[in-house]
Write a protein that binds this ligand. Structure first.
Ligand code: ZN
Length: 330
């Protein structure tokens, strides 16, 4: 393959211990669409919930494993420490701040980073999140998502996708080297994050949707056990299966312990752990969430990949049904 380029962030997968509360927060408070309700393919007794924009576009998607047994997450190095969503404009951030105040969502004041306004907040399990104004400063970024027509949040203020992730690492160099030398990221800025050195990297289109920030945290223990309120992995976008396969070959050739290509049904995946400790995935943009459901009715019933369909009755019997939150759009 002549020239491969990742298209930005594909999705972030995190951990919840409270699926009904998780659905209520991400759909009713944040206004995202539950585009897929399925089970963890490797552990079919637990939900895997996917939230995204109106059509389930790659780059807009935050997903959760239902891992209550894992206990509460303890922040550490070698982990995704914050996930940022993008919204359009400073006025939108002010509106969100008022919404968080009204709903008792823990948050801080709006602050500046790399020339953009940022509103840090947390979900009910302490998941560290941000809203970032993606209209400021230079790069347009990856194409934003399509607003969900039934979202309780107006399209103009709604979340348009993932803006970026922050990784906490003991030392910047090993992870920087993987980002730049293996994955084609470019360094695009330096800042301080609460007194710690931080570097921003971007890939593909750059800017919102395509950024990874590294924060140097030698003070944190290496924390590989992800619990509720933590992030399990971050995935980057490969445009098609051909390029995806080439990424696997390239990473294996560079000596990374990369998995075989796994069919996740909605996309193809490979995984490897970068030397700083963070689990990276590369996923294909397609085929997407409409592969097994009518786009009008994504996420309304339990979806199972075809190889699990014969066990549907048993799988459903083991799951606690999730009822949509009261007053939600559906
Ligand atoms: Zn994933």
């Amino acid at each position: 393959m002549e020239r491969m380029e990742l298209g930005g962030i594909h999705h972030v997968t995190a951990v919840t211990g409270d699926p009904p509360g998780n659905v209520a927060f991400y759909t009713d408070t944040l206004g995202l669409r539950l585009v897929k309700k399925t089970v963890n393919q490797d552990q079919t007794s637990v939900y895997h919930l996917f939230y995204a924009d109106g059509t389930g576009s790659p780059g807009t998607d935050m997903t959760f494993f239902d891992w209550g047994f894992a206990g509460a997450h303890r922040p550490g190095a070698g982990m995704v420490s914050t996930t940022a969503f993008r919204v359009a404009g400073r006025e939108a951030l002010e509106w969100w701040k008022a919404r968080f105040e009204e709903r008792g969502v823990p948050h801080r004041g709006i602050q500046a980073r790399d020339g953009r306004a940022v509103l840090p907040f947390a979900d009910p399990e302490g998941q560290s999140l941000e809203l970032v104004d993606d209209t400021a400063s230079g790069g347009e970024g990856a194409a934003p998502g399509v607003p969900w027509e039934e979202s309780p949040v107006d399209a103009g203020r709604g979340i348009r996708g993932l803006e970026g992730v922050t990784l906490s690492v003991r030392s910047l160099d090993p992870t920087s080297a993987v980002l730049t030398e293996a994955l084609g990221f470019r360094s695009s800025g330096e800042h301080e994050e609460e007194g710690h050195r931080a570097v921003t990297f971007e890939v593909g289109p750059g800017g919102p949707g395509a950024e990874v920030r590294l924060v140097e945290r030698p003070d944190l223990p290496l924390g590989r056990r992800v619990g509720t309120g933590g992030v399990h992995h971050v995935a980057f976008r490969a445009p098609d299966e051909e390029e995806h396969a080439a990424w696997r070959e390239r990473l294996a050739g560079m000596g990374f312990g990369v998995t075989p290509v796994i069919d996740r049904f909605y996309f193809r995946s490979i995984y490897f752990r970068e030397p700083g400790g963070v689990l990276f995935e590369i996923a294909t943009d397609g085929p997407g969430f409409a592969v097994d459901e009518d786009p009008e009715h994504l996420g309304e019933s339990l979806s199972l990949p075809s190889f699990l369909e014969p066990q549907r009755e048993e799988i459903e019997a083991n799951l606690t049904p999730i009822t949509p939150p009261e007053g939600s759009a559906r």
